[in-house]
Design a protein around this ligand. Structure first.
Ligand code: GDP
Ligand code: MG
Length: 440
């Protein structure tokens, strides 16, 4: 996938301005590439549609060429599609028993993942009990026992002569007596979705209070994994998904589709056979992985920085021409905030004392910024661009409009003049590498 997309974007990048036709043509190729990566076709359709809507409507950001702009949007939409944020396992308080039921097809990685999760929870100070409910393959019980031992976690098993629901019930009693606070049930899978398997899982859910039903799917099965997820969710109801064998999947299509199709979050990803190979799922990292464009994404970040630098330069020019107004002031405060570590930068400058420093620090404080914004927005455009016309009656009107004391307006004007002076002394310091270079 990544190679294909790289090509698409390479072509785009060499073009000039992006027209509606350009976007459509590019997305046609993106569509094909995604389908090739085994992304669900409905998801592809929806995905390319939303990218197209955004791409055509929006301006190409300053400092980015049209191709990079499309990449930016594709990347953002991918992250959105996969859920935007990291989702945690929902655990009950430690004095109650959280029950996790692992479901999925045979070979998906349920038993391995059960032990992996147990290790994670043990690290968090929980006391997990693993329950061997796969009674169809005697080897499965031994496999869980071996893995449990490796993790130093107890495994509850009753051999293969009992029904899974009865084993689960007995395990709950054992957990209550033994002071366990997480019960992880390893269930049996089949090679394909099967009514008997579903009935078994439903029966467990009807008889014990399952906190979360977690579907384990093999990423390497691509679109099949998505279909499986859809069916399991429909038949037994799932709360989250763990995508295994991502270490062997170069396409990443499943990750992109599952959240979109089931609406259920991906909780973890399996990155190898070792019991420590379970990682949190980060949608943004997954998007970069699917796009395979770390370098391009870095480029976009850089363009963003250059854009800031460009703004800083414009501001300098305004200063020289004495055009610097309150809108520019607001923008420069935002830039300072973005730069972070302002006291460190300013602290190295000769002639800036502690009082001035703390004034600037407080000016870019979140709450203070909001008040300042309120005051500035209460000014007329003329007042904003030409602060020298601010007489007492104008100030009174502004204070009233912003709902603040006139003293606060005076303070802002004073702060504004000081900042202007300081910026003249140190051209380039309000953002951009140039400024920082000079300082360093
Ligand atoms: P189950 O039938 O669903 O219980 O699946 P198992 O836990 O027995 O796993 C099936 C196979 O997949 C085993 O050989 C595991 O070692 C392997 N496996 C599970 N998770 C991962 C993973 O994240 N990466 C890799 N490479 N192998 C995995
Ligand atoms: Mg198993």
């Amino acid at each position: 996938l990544s190679e294909k997309l790289q090509n698409v974007f390479r072509n785009l990048r060499s073009k000039g301005r992006l027209t509606e036709d350009d976007v459509k043509a590019a997305l046609k190729e993106v569509k094909l590439a995604l389908l090739e990566a085994d992304v669900n076709f409905k998801v592809v359709k929806q995905f390319t549609k939303s990218v197209q809507e955004r791409a055509i409507g929006s301006d190409v950001m300053n400092g980015l060429n049209p191709g990079q702009m499309v990449i930016k949007i594709v990347n953002e939409e991918m992250v959105k599609l996969m859920g935007s944020e990291t989702t945690e396992l929902l655990l009950k308080p430690s004095n109650e028993i959280t029950v996790l039921m692992m479901a999925g097809l045979q070979g998906a990685g349920k038993t391995t993942t059960t032990a992996k999760i147990a290790g994670k929870l043990k690290q968090k100070g929980r006391k997990p009990l693993l329950v061997a409910c796969d009674v169809y393959r005697p080897a499965a019980i031994d496999q869980l026992k071996i893995n449990g031992e490796k993790q130093g976690v107890e495994v509850f098993a009753m051999g293969d002569k009992n029904r899974p629901v009865d084993i689960a019930k007995a395990a709950m009693e054992h957990a209550a007596k033994g002071g366990f606070n997480v019960v992880i049930i390893d269930t049996a899978g089949r090679l394909h979705v099967d009514e008997e398997m579903m009935a078994e899982l439903v029966e467990i859910k009807e008889n014990i209070e399952v906190t979360e039903t977690i579907l384990v799917v093999d990423a390497m099965t691509g679109q099949d994994a998505v279909n499986v997820a859809g069916t399991f969710d429909e038949k037994i109801g799932i709360d989250g998904v763990i995508l295994t064998k991502l270490d062997g999947d170069t396409r990443g299509g499943a990750a992109l589709s599952i959240r979109a199709v089931t609406g259920k979050p991906i909780l973890y990803v399996g990155m190898g056979e070792k019991l420590s190979d379970l990682e949190q799922f980060y949608p943004d990292r997954m998007a970069s992985r699917i796009l395979g464009m770390g370098d391009v994404l870095t480029l976009i970040e850089k363009a963003q920085e250059d854009l800031d630098e460009e703004k800083a330069k414009k501001m300098e020019q305004k200063l020289k021409k004495a055009e610097f107004g309150f809108d520019d002031y607001l923008e420069s405060m935002n830039q300072m905030k973005k730069m972070g570590g302002i006291s460190k930068v300013l602290g190295m400058m000769p002639g800036i004392g502690g009082a001035q420093l703390s004034q600037i620090e407080s000016a870019i404080d979140e709450k203070q910024m909001a008040r300042v914004e309120g005051i500035i927005y209460s000014m007329t455009p003329k007042e904003r661009s030409n602060p020298s016309i601010l007489n007492p009656s104008r100030k009174r009107r502004i204070a009233q409009g912003a709902g603040v004391d006139i003293a606060e307006v005076n303070r802002l004007v004073k702060q504004f003049e000081q900042t202007k002076k300081m910026m003249k002394q140190m051209p380039g310091m309000f953002g951009g590498k140039g400024g920082r270079g000079k300082l360093g």
